[in-house]
Design a protein around this ligand. Sequence first.
Ligand SMILES: *Cc1c(COP(=O)(O)O)cnc(C)c1O
Length: 416
Amino acid sequence: MAEETPVQPRQAMPADPIARVARSRHEFGEHGGVNLSIETSSTFTVLEAGKMPEMFGGRAGPKGGCFLYGRHFNPTVMVLSRHLAALEATPSAYCTASGMAAISGSLLQACDTGDQIVAGQALYGGTWALLHDYLPRKAGITTAFVDLSDLEAVARAFTPRTRVLYCETVSNPTLRVADLPALAKIAHERGAMLIVDNTFAPVAITPALHGADVVIHSLTKFINGASDIVAGCVCADGAFIDQLYDLHVGSLMLLGPAMDPRAAYEVATRMPNLGLRIREHAQRALACAERLEALGAQVIYPGLAAHPDHALYARLANPGYGAGGLLSVDLGTPERAYRFMEHLQNVEDFGYMAVSLGFSDTLMSASASSTSSELDEASLRAAGISPGLVRLSVGYTGTLEDRLAQLERGYRAAGG
Ligand SMILES: *Cc1c(COP(=O)(O)O)cnc(C)c1O
């Protein structure tokens, strides 16, 4: 009788994402330093000539400490990638030169010419353009855009060629929340993967624990948090990450958006305070949203009871990290939106009129004419992005009391 192999008990994985990241930080620098070392070399030596064909044949690799070439795998980038895999509770991860590289690389890996993607209609502008314009023209990969809150419409959009259901955890800039467990079920029942852009909700929501197969970040935003580096990552199982770096058909290996190890070091030094930052961003954003709501403003924030996805957000969120650092406010017209932002920047020093998000200071943009301007008129309407909508990425500088007073004066200056 064959003896049964006892199932190895999995090492208990803390439910808290920041606890997982802390446990993944067991790396020392080359000389025992408390910070990791930066491996800047673009090429690596072997001691025996026979090692080289083993590496090219995939029989020896970075997991065994055999590095080949900087565009393939780099030890410093791998350390940061391990932290991100821990954050997102995925078996593996790897970093890229930008968030868009992570998105385009993952989609090109999952889809071949003639395949289809089903995606939410409220997406980051660059992603929308990639799906709407670039992929059909350059790769013959088409996308059906749907309202993700209409689960029947999502299911109806699938065809036998659908390989990917794509969404953002919290959509840009309308802050609608994706029902990840329901979307994962729809995708998996139809043999497709669920790929989730979690840029707006790091720490707060862990999509892989709700069924996502691939989780993407623009590290440029909250995770790096200093608005000084452009970077991205793909968190997934080891098989998908290995495919991305396949020497013959790996999208990241062959399109080449490699992260610089110096950037990996910088981002890794900011991981230990990520939880503190996310908590403070969210507390400040909630206070700002409540103040604007009290003033009668049309404010969108998932932490407010009036938000259509308030209960869904609470169901998906990891406890203790709040409802995110982004809020949107609809001032009605572009003129009022501009007056609001100009007063807050030029009179109050409340924040900056700038795209991007996740910075220490508040960043403000009118979405329809900036970060969502890739969308045409009808798509903007369908996505619920009105011309007077201002998105704020709420920072944590200054005192909260002073910031709330500035925000109130800005709202009144705009005619609110
Ligand atoms: C910024 C952003 C991206 C693109 O990331 P880059 O690092 O600028 O390439 C993708 N998705 C979302 C939600 C973003 O905010």
